[in-house]
Design a binder for this molecule. Structure first.
Ligand code: SAH
Ligand code: SF4
Length: 332
């Protein structure tokens, strides 16, 4: 049976899954008896797609999956000329509750199992195989706080990186966190050099306490010190995310504070134009304000990029398709 099968059979099966097999039946080099046993006992995925939306002339595909037990999570495929990136979820909902984020608006559901995280990538690869594309990058920027589901996330990263499965280099896997310092320290001890992204959004505690409530426990200077230690240990530059909220964190003062905080750090700043979420008091700054902020931060010697707003039409910031479907269900 499957459990008793030799290791090379397991690798064969993984490799079929990674190439996008929709069922065990398709795995031609696996003996028929084993295929039948697998087909009877297992499903190739536990995720059920319940809504799909496309944007950016079909370069972006967002899927909402129902999990066993009824919670739902989303994953977004973004196709570029030189890469294909998948944004995945690690939790149904999120316990952190940032006030600008659609995911934080619903009660926390549950942690995803490692296999549920990996299945999002396998399902994306299945879609991409049909287009002659390969998944090259995975970012944990969908629903949930990956560091709050640490063990499953690390296990899923190991499987994503496994050359017999998806073979995605850890450098091309981004773990994005609101700033759970003990987990960042733990991650630095693992022998996997993933790219770390810190959702900074404010450089002073007074404002960050509001925008990223976990800051009350893990203040911003300690957070940057932990991220810098990670960068020094792994040799990998940390990416600092800054969601741009008009009049809130896009002022000259904010740019100056950000520059002072990250000066001489192994850092890259990513400015993310806010993707509007209903029932929040926030708005996206206009293009000029974003440019001005970028120039101010750059003038202080930092590396800065403005993230493109892929998938805006597909409700692609974290939690937004989920939010739309939930709203329809509640009002139905
Ligand atoms: N919980 C983790 C990872 C998921 S959120 C974290 O916070 O880092 C991934 C990124 O999307 C974070 O940087 C988050 O701040 C950002 N984000 C959340 N809501 C957004 C919105 N409405 N518009 C733009 N970015 C958003
Ligand atoms: Fe959670 Fe990240 Fe959304 Fe904050 S931004 S509520 S940490 S998913």
């Amino acid at each position: 049976m499957a459990q008793g099968a030799p290791a090379y059979r397991r690798r064969q099966i993984w490799s079929w899954l990674a190439r996008g097999a929709a069922g065990f039946d398709e795995m031609r080099d696996v003996p028929k008896s084993l295929r039948a046993a697998l087909e009877a006992e297992f499903a190739v995925t536990s995720l059920r797609p319940i809504a799909v939306s496309q944007a950016d002339r079909s370069l972006t595909t967002k899927t909402l999956y129902e999990l066993d037990g009824g919670h739902s999570v989303e994953a977004v495929v973004m196709r570029y000329s030189d890469r294909t990136t998948l944004c995945i979820s690690s939790q149904a909902g999120c316990p952190v509750g940032c006030p600008f984020c659609a995911t934080g608006k619903f009660p926390f559901g549950r942690n995803l199992k490692a296999h549920e995280i990996v299945e999002q990538a396998i399902d994306a690869q299945r879609l991409l195989s049909g287009e002659g594309r390969r998944l090259s990058h995975v970012v944990f920027m969908g629903m949930g706080e990956p560091m709050a589901n640490y063990n499953a996330v690390i296990e899923s990263v190991r499987r994503l990186a496994d050359p017999d499965l998806l073979g995605i280099s850890p450098r091309r896997i981004v773990l994005s966190t609101s700033g759970m310092i003990p987990r960042i320290e733990q991650l630095a001890e693992e022998k996997i050099s993933v790219t770390l992204a810190i959702s900074l959004h404010a450089a002073r505690d007074e404002l960050r306490d509001v925008l990223v409530p976990i800051n009350r426990k893990y203040p911003v200077r300690d957070l940057v010190a932990a991220a810098q230690a990670y960068a020094e240990k792994t040799g990998r530059r940390v990416s600092y995310e800054w969601v741009m909220l008009a009049g809130v964190n896009d002022t000259a003062r904010d740019a100056h504070e950000l520059g002072a905080l990250l000066r001489r750090k192994l850092a890259h700043v990513n400015l993310i134009p806010f993707n509007p979420v209903d029932d929040t008091p926030y708005q996206a700054p206009d293009r000029n304000a974003i440019r001005e902020f970028r120039d101010r931060v750059e003038a202080q010697g930092l590396n800065v990029t403005v993230r493109d707003t892929r998938g805006r039409e597909a409700d692609a910031a974290c939690g937004q398709l989920h939010e739309r479907v939930m709203r329809t269900r509640i009002s139905a």
